[in-house]
Design a protein around this ligand. Structure first.
Ligand SMILES: [Zn+2]
Length: 182
């Protein structure tokens, strides 16, 4: 399914578990970052095998791997906070340095990634969970920035070895993206 995404998936493995999230709550999906790779859970019992859930969780993976690149101090990784900041400005209309620490940012970024992955263009404003709204103009601004980040990630990943700082384990997201299906 990810082969059909219109945005880049990163060349770093992801573990995909088809089953309920570890907390036992019947969410559609969830994401956890790990030291070596991230894991997403897609819960068939809650309708979590749909493209929307997969794309949303892959959006969390994308954000998490971007931060890992930055925390590894890879040369050329300065674009990570900068471009996320630009995306946040487009989403929220304003931006300060703590915006990128918030859950609402991560969730709205995952929704943005999902919209860009699934929809080549928008004909009207779409809404999603976590207060997400995206106009056709916002779509046209944000999706190319995500593409560009994917490209720069690959370039920066090629440059030298990472310093041994292990990536921080910071992300744990439990998502109820749509109505729970029986
Ligand atoms: Zn989420």
């Amino acid at each position: 399914m990810v082969e059909t995404f219109l945005v880049p998936t990163l060349s770093h493995p992801v573990r995909i578990v088809i089953g309920a999230c570890p907390d036992g709550y019947p969410s559609q999906g969830c994401h956890a970052s790990g030291r070596r790779m991230d894991t997403i859970w897609l819960n068939p019992a809650s309708g979590g095998l749909d493209t929307e859930t997969t794309a949303h969780e892959m959006g969390h993976v994308f954000e998490s791997y971007m931060w890992n690149l930055r925390w590894e101090h890879r040369p050329g990784s300065e674009f990570v906070p900068k471009t996320f900041g630009r995306i946040a400005s487009v989403l929220f209309g304003e931006f300060n340095s703590s915006t990128l620490e918030t859950e609402v940012w991560s969730e709205q970024f995952a929704e943005s990634y999902s919209a860009c992955a699934r929809l080549p263009e928008l004909s009207e404003t779409i809404t999603g969970f976590y207060g997400f709204q995206m106009s056709p103009e916002q779509h046209d601004l944000i999706c190319p920035m995500i593409d560009e980040m994917g490209q720069r990630y690959e370039e920066a990943s090629m440059v030298g070895e990472a310093e041994s700082d292990s990536p921080r384990v910071r992300f744990r997201r439990n998502d109820t993206i749509g109505p729970l299906k029986p």
